[in-house]
Every structure is written in C-alpha cells, then in structure tokens.
Design a protein around this ligand. Structure first.
Ligand code: HEC
Ligand code: HEC
Length: 440
C-alpha cells in the first residue's frame, strides 16, 4: 500500500519536534512541538510548513504508533496501520451464482413470490467487488469502536450464523444490548425491507451506521467514526477502489457495509442441494433422511396435508417473514412492543421481524430476547406454549380466548429440528470472502 501524505506529514513533524526544529510559527519549545504531534492529524496548516518530499524512510517506526487518548479523553488520532489479508484479485461478490429455485415462485401460496423478487438492494447501491471488500474490512475493524475492542463481527460471528451465542451481546464497554443479536444470512432478501427485530431502520443503508452510534454497542459519533477511518492507513486505497476517489465519508461507509451484508447469501445448504434435484419443494428430497423429509413436510405443508404451516410466516426460499408478525411469545405485547413502538399502531404491538431461518441451527439462543436456549425449546413453544397475543395471525389465532397450538408428537418435534439443521451452510459461513481480513 502507498504511504499516504498525512502519514508523511506526521512523521516529519514528529522528527522535527524531536530535534527542536519545528518551525510552525507557534514559537514552540521541543515540548510543545511534541504535544502538537499527538493531534496534528487534523491540523492542515502544519503540512504547509514541512517539505513532504524529504526522505522520511527512517521515520516509519515513529509514524506507526497507535493513536492515544489525550487528557480530555478525546481520541488524538495518529495514523495506524494493520496488515490486511486481502486477495490480489478481488473476491467476487457482485456476480454470485443464484440457484434456479431462488428465481421461481415456490408454491403460489401465501402471496409468495420468488426470492430474487424480494431483493432489497436499492438501485443506487448495487454490490460491487471493491465496495463489498471495503465493507468486509469495515465489518471486522475493531478500531471503529470507541475503545477499539468491538467490531460488527464481535456480535455477528460467521461461525454462529453471523449472530452471537450470548443472550444479550456485550458492547465495547461491557454493557449489554437490549435484544439478542440477529443472524445476517439472506438479509438481502427481506420483502419488508426494514431492519432490526422491531424494524426501526427503514433500509439496510440506514441500519449499518446505527451500531457505531449506539452508546452500548460501539460508542462512536459519525464525526469520530469518520476521523477513525481517516486515521487508518489502509482505508484511502480501499475507498478509492470502491468509489473512484479516496474521500472517506460515513455515507460511503454505509454503502460499502450494506453491500457486504447483502453479499452474505447462502446457496449451498443441504436443503439447497436437495431442492435443486426436485421440481417442487413439497416432494421428498432424494438427499434427505426420512426424518428430514418428515420435518420438511411439517414445515412446508398446511395442516390438511399433514403439515404445521411454519412456512406461512417463514416463507419462500429465504425462510424469512414477509413483514413483522407475532408468534405468541407473550400475551401482553407491552412487554416489548416491537414494531408497535415504531408505528404506534395497535395492530403492530408485540410484532417482530424474524430473520431468515437459513443457518438458524448455528445461532442459538433464539427470539428477540434470546429466551430459548435451543431449537427443541423453540419447537416446544410452537407445540404448546403459544400465548394469546391479540395480534396473532394465521395459522396462529385466538379462539374462545385460547391461542392455537401447532401440537406435535415427540417424533414430529425431532423431525422439525432435523429439517432446520438442513438449512445450515458451512460453505457459506467458512467462505474466505466473508472472513476476518485482519486475520483475527
Ligand atoms: C454489541 C453487539 C453488536 C454490534 C457491535 C453490532 N451489532 Fe448488529 N445487531 C446486534 C443486535 C443486538 C441486533 C438486534 C437489535 C434490535 O433489533 O434491537 C443487531 C441487528 C443487526 C442487523 C439487523 C438484521 C435484520 O435482519 O434486521 C444488522 C443488519 C446488523 N445488526 C448489522 C451490524 C453491523 C453492520 C454492525 C457494525 C457496524 C453491527 N451490526 C454491530 C448486535 C450488534
Ligand atoms: C404466525 C407466524 C409464525 C409461524 C406460523 C411460525 N413462526 Fe417462527 N417466528 C415468527 C416470528 C414473528 C418470530 C420472531 C419472534 C420474536 O423474536 O419475537 C419467529 C421466530 C422463529 C425462530 C427463531 C429465529 C431466531 O433467529 O431466533 C425459529 C427457529 C422459528 N420461528 C421456527 C418456526 C417453526 C419451526 C414454525 C412451525 C412450527 C414456526 N416458526 C411458525 C413467526 C412465526
């Protein structure tokens, strides 16, 4: 990577200060000159007083010092560097092969369309290889949280289906998030387009800057975030590749992060391999065990055909809800009003988006509050624990004050869990394209 000119400037100022030769017009002693060094990254005027063409090779060591906090607690940014493991030829994010079954309407039931029709990619932010590469670096960069301890990936771990095994995740300062982390597989294909359990973010581009500014999660402001990225030696070239010039803005960070998150598409699960061998997913899959096929039937088919109709809500090849809804976790929706707190509508009280069930077996615990420790507990809930929430929607509803239960035998429960495991895609969670470029 090229040496950036702010780095040269800083290195030079440091050297000049050290030998007491700093001629900034600030009539400095050597001591004051050293102070200037620590926060000179933002002081453009100094750059005019130094000759950046001088040979500074010998000073590289001094320049790569970590940024330090000054007395006021303000981050005094010095250029910092990291050895990024990026491929010589960019990984392909833009032209991922999409299986045929993502492009066909599955059963014409429940208003479902093909998965690709539910793509929430906006026209102004298509995935590019350089954009998603930048997004990948931002996603794993701990330098972008207040005390440099937490990155997006700290709570969205690939091996855990891009979620977290903690009920509530830990933020930069040890505080806990208000809800359980969400899996990010197939986030691209959500017809409702909105993000978070309560859908408070209107778009993914809006969503991705929120964790940075969350006082528990990453503790930054947009200004400090931009300053951090500007202080890192590796970003100008990545921004230039993605956007045509090296300018670093939080808007560009949002675009690149959204591209990376949208590239987290699973196409290689056991389910996908089986689905490719049949014309309709209601057929038994040749690569499934009898138990997995029974679980699939329970998930996909309506009750008259021996199913439990999970598919009515977790529909399509994305296995994702089409909008926020409730599965009757609580009778009283005021406990966490979910989407209702965003819209103020009584019909939205206690409703939540459920992320795609792809990779769900990797990401226990479950639900917006992480209340269920494993998939068996989830199935027990559907079989007998559904509470009479006033906003229950078919196939769950209230009759005579009682909530419908999707009652299942022990064999059926086990089969449903086995089916949910066929949605695991280790090829995707172990794909180097989505791995930590900092090598951590
Ligand atoms: C400290 C843990 C933590 C960190 C750090 C974090 N997240 Fe999250 N993330 C969560 C939690 C918890 C939720 C669910 C919060 C809610 O819905 O109220 C979530 C939800 C999301 C969602 C919504 C998914 C959906 O389908 O609606 C996306 C996308 C996301 N995070 C991306 C990111 C990105 C990008 C970053 C880094 C800029 C990041 N997260 C950093 C914990 C974290
Ligand atoms: C009426 C719609 C509806 C039906 C029917 C339904 N679900 Fe859900 N499901 C949801 C909603 C909504 C959530 C998220 C609830 C929350 O966290 O508040 C969810 C969450 C889940 C989760 C946890 C996801 C996660 O990331 O934590 C699993 C697993 C699940 N459902 C499986 C099933 C199975 C299996 C069936 C059939 C037996 C089923 N669902 C039937 C709406 C439904």
């Amino acid at each position: 990577m090229k040496t950036s000119s702010p780095l040269k400037t800083l290195a030079l100022i440091g050297a000049l200060a050290a030998i007491g030769a700093c001629s900034t017009g600030a009539s400095g002693t050597a001591g004051e000159g050293a102070d200037t060094t620590s926060d000179s990254g933002a002081d453009g005027s100094l750059a005019n007083d130094v000759d950046t063409d001088q040979d500074i090779g010998a000073l590289d060591g001094a320049a790569s010092a970590d940024a330090v906090e000054d007395d006021s607690g303000r981050a005094a940014e010095a250029p910092y560097d990291a050895k990024l493991k990026l491929p010589a030829t960019l990984f392909d994010y833009a032209n991922q092969a999409i299986p045929a079954h993502f492009k066909t309407e599955t059963m014409g039931m429940h208003g479902q369309t093909s998965l690709v029709a539910d793509d929430n990619t906006p026209a102004h932010n298509p995935i590019t290889n350089a954009g998603a590469t930048l997004g990948r670096v931002l996603f794993y960069d701990k330098n972008l949280s207040q005390n440099r301890t937490v990155a997006c990936a700290s709570c969205h771990k690939p091996e855990l289906g891009f979620s977290d095994d903690r009920v509530l995740s830990k933020g930069f300062d040890g505080g806990e998030t208000a809800r359980h982390s969400m899996g990010l597989t197939q986030a691209r294909y959500y017809r409702g387009k909105r993000f978070f359990w309560d859908q408070r973010a209107a778009t993914l581009e809006d969503q991705v800057l929120m964790p940075f500014q969350d006082p528990v999660e990453m503790g930054m402001t947009l200004a400090s975030l931009e300053a951090r990225a500007k202080a890192a030696k590796y970003y100008p070239a990545l921004f230039e590749a993605a956007f045509g010039d090296p300018e670093i803005t939080t808007e560009r960070m949002a675009l690149a992060l959204a591209q990376f998150v949208r590239s987290l598409v699973s196409t290689g699960s056991k389910y996908d391999e089986g689905r490719a061998q049949v014309t309709s997913r209601s057929e038994d899959f040749p690569n499934f065990t009898a138990e997995e096929n029974l679980g699939k039937k329970l998930f996909v088919m309506p009750p008259p055909m021996g199913g439990k109709r999970c598919f009515a809500c977790h529909g399509g090849e994305g296995f994702v809800t089409m909008t926020a809804t409730t599965n009757g976790l609580d009778a009283d929706p005021s406990k966490d009003p979910g989407f209702g707190a965003v819209t103020g509508q009584s019909s939205d009280m206690g409703t939540f988006k459920a992320p795609s069930l792809r990779n769900v077996a990797l990401r226990a615990p479950y639900m917006h509050d992480g209340r269920f420790k494993d998939l068996a507990a989830v199935i027990d809930h559907y079989s007998g624990g559904i509470q009479p929430n006033p906003n229950l929607a078919p196939p769950l509803f209230i009759s005579n004050g009682q909530a419908t239960q999707l009652t299942m035998t022990a064999t059926e429960k086990k089969a449903l869990v086995a089916f949910l495991h066929t949605l695991t895609d280790l090829k995707m969670t172990q794909d180097p394209r989505f791995s930590d470029p900092f090598g951590g």
